[in-house]
Design a protein around this ligand. Sequence first.
Ligand code: CDP
Length: 203
Amino acid sequence: MAYTVAIDGPAASGKGTLARALAAHFGFAHLDTGLLYRAVGARMLDGIEPLAAARALRADDLDPALLRTQAVAEAASKVAARPEVRQALLDFQRAFARRSGGAVLDGRDIGTVICPEAETKLFITASAEVRARRRFLELIAAGQAVTEAEVLADVRQRDDRDMNRADAPLRAADDAVRMDTTEMGIDAVLEQAVALIAARIPG
Ligand code: CDP
């Protein structure tokens, strides 16, 4: 059985945490599509041409520990604005979304471009300040030297670039359920999402 949960939203909105928890709950596979763009962005910082990097991407390149830095996030949002890079990453994501046994994908264009037929679509938001605070705490816990003001500026700049690019801009699909997590903890978000998904599983 194919069953796709598409989770989209702006930077550090809690998509990844929710996606991982939902995949564990339902026994679905999970793909953090941001890691694909981060891996290509990291290669660009090493001087490799982004399209060539996207075409040569392998599972081993998707190490979150190496890719969750401010510099790589910024590079990711630049390469993500290039249509040929997005195109090179499309088939892999589509096949993953429709794999048998269920899949959760989180990103920016999952419900709109990658899998418009997804059985459940969620659009996760939170205020920029709250998102920056959460990301700041994650980055310093990982030992990175950043200030909260820098993280807020980066989050705003990437959101602006992601929403205003011509190809696959960040936006909610018309049939997505919106959840604002500014004042909601992960447990409450998870509970609501589980109920929505369960209601749409056949049988
Ligand atoms: O974790 P965070 O929300 O900060 O970022 P991410 O999901 O790892 O994505 C990094 C960047 O990749 C984003 O700012 C987008 O520019 C790009 N991206 C995209 O264009 N499409 C996706 N499906 C996923 C990420």
